[in-house]
Design a protein around this ligand. Sequence first.
Ligand SMILES: Nc1nc2c(ncn2[C@@H]2O[C@@H]3COP(=O)(O)O[C@H]4[C@@H](O)[C@H](n5cnc6c(=O)[nH]c(N)nc65)O[C@@H]4COP(=O)(O)O[C@H]3[C@H]2O)c(=O)[nH]1
Length: 707
Amino acid sequence: MQKNTQSAERHINMLIDWFSQSSVGVLLLDSTLQCVANNPCAAELIWERIQADKSDGLPQDFVQALRPHLEPLTQDSSHQHATYMQLEQPDQPSMLLKIECSIVHPDAMEQGLFFITLRNASKNAHLARKLKLFKNAVENTGSAVVITNANGEIEYANTRFSDMTGYNLSEIKGKSTSLLRSNMTPEATYTELWNTIRHQKKWHGTLLNKRKDGSTYWSLQNISPIHDELGNITNFVSVSEDISQIKAHDQQLEKMAYYDPLTDLGNRRNFRRTLDQYLHSPSHTGPHTLLLLDLDHFKQINDTMGHEAGDALLNTIANRLCYCVSDNASVFRLGGDEFTIIFQDLHERDAIINSVNELLTLLAQPVQIGFHDVRITVSIGITLIGVDSQDASDLLRNADLAMYHAKQLGRNTFAFYETYMDEKAQHILSIEHDLRNALASNQLSLAYQPQVNAQDGRISAIEALLRWQHPTRGAIPPDDFIPYAEETGAIIPIGRWVLLEACNAAKQLQAEGLPHLKVCVNLSARQFDHPDLIEHIKEALATSGLAPHWLELEITESMLMRDMQYAIDTLNRIKMMGISLAIDDFGTGYSSLSHLKKMPVDLLKVDRSFLHDIPKDKDNIAITSTIIAMARQLGLSVVAEGVETKEQMRFLQDIDCTLMQGFLFSRPIDFETFKAHYKACPFHCRVCLEYNACSIRQDADAEGLLN
Ligand SMILES: Nc1nc2c(ncn2[C@@H]2O[C@@H]3COP(=O)(O)O[C@H]4[C@@H](O)[C@H](n5cnc6c(=O)[nH]c(N)nc65)O[C@@H]4COP(=O)(O)O[C@H]3[C@H]2O)c(=O)[nH]1
């Protein structure tokens, strides 16, 4: 018997020895639930944690809790039982113990011993809880989450991913994430992505992905590699958002900021951005060419046919430009009727000229607008990007100067930028600057040129012509400064002064007892459009005291054609005041005599170009005769301008022209000189002075008119 007990003890010690290093606690209890043996881990779990004395045996509450689980084993020794037990610990959270019980019979001990293993399950429970929490978070997050293995094959995808792509986890598990590729993301993006994550770094970027139904969406992705304790990548986690709406919004904003809504071409901002890229990006080798295109007389089309027609025309021009230029060119609309084209890598002069000529030919083809065939041409300025300048603003200015030069060459043509154009522009700028002081510093004056009656040579009117005596440049002809006065608006105060000065002059002739004369004053387009025009006319008449029927206002044909209704209304208001109206430079504009019927005008001034080489030039004879005959039918008087020879004078007398004006009779002269001449002879035809023989004067003399 003693031998058996010794042998059982040996077995028990052996058992406990096996488990001495184990992280699992082992207890051996006898049938009365006294502890027979335990390993160090069990001692730590049972006694040390609750700071109990081992000599007091097992803690009572532990035994109480354990007992029900051991009883079944006594019925069936082959049975095993597992349970969990919460163990309270002072000053610490309670510990969850996993307890597994069985009966062992060391060396055939009759009663057997309860073999109990104890495991601290708190840690696992904590981990399990944490895992559940994370799983819930991942499952319910607003972002799509995909976990792949190291080869990029999908292991997990959350519900948001399914909502976003249309794929269930079951149908994509094990498949490569490449099933999301739309083939519209540049390959370089994927190369960069894989290089980054394979080097254990996070990748952040945007991919254009494809859903199950084939539609595409913009995905903002964060992809992170996951690695094991040895640093090997085991998985990749991708968290993504569908940013299609944001992208669409961005694209819309970009469109609004960078594109012209009428033509869909890039706008001025887009042009500047592109030009800067060409200037600063090393990938754009160059040199490249910049073209600035401006439609000729577009304003006239807009004014006469309406803005809708103007818009339709601009659209057609935009389409033609895009059609004509190849892939290496970009077309922009800067605004109004201004377009630019950047030709990439085009800088050979001959090649540029070829391309520009193609453009000019295509654009000159008629454009059908409504029932009309409209012809429009363009003037093109050319500058070489990176050669003429490295600065975007300078380049645009160069192209503008060259385009302006092309306009002066007669339009429907092109000009390359040359450095001398800068000097010219400088000159214009200084004229504009000096013009602002000209009026205040009394540098302006009026010259007067008489208009004589074609039949009796009597002066019937004088035209007031503006003169500018510049302090350093000397006399500047009106054709050289009036366009700038127009452009800058300086013509408004200047024109107001001219009106008053001219009315004063006519009134002074009357005051000195001379035969009354009409004074003719030129109105510029800007003056004609100005809301204060009528006020300025009234003011000149009131201040000078001149009766309105001694004032004649001259306007050009083109001013009438811009907005016919406005022109008719304004002319009617002037006419109602008793002032006469003349159309200047007649024959050079676009009006027809039928248009004139609607205008309340009294007089046509035939442009002096039609008198050129008369009576040799048969065409000019025909034109002048026709204008005068038709004007007569419309009840209008006619003044022939630029009469320089007696032959021209005779011809005009023969065809019953009403009035004549020209160097033959008098050059424009200052008021005092004119007054002296006029006092000397009211038939101030000057033929008698210049040729010493005047048929008009002789005839007049014969009729006793000179007495
Ligand atoms: N070759 C030649 N020329 C002749 C002859 N007879 C007259 N001329 C010139 O023809 C122009 C007639 O004036 P315009 O057609 O109204 O053309 C005027 C008019 O359009 C404009 N202008 C002149 N004064 C004013 C003004 O006060 N206001 C506005 N808005 N424009 C003005 O400047 C233009 C040029 O004026 P000017 O240089 O004074 O030039 C004047 C005059 O000197 C001739 O026999 N042969």
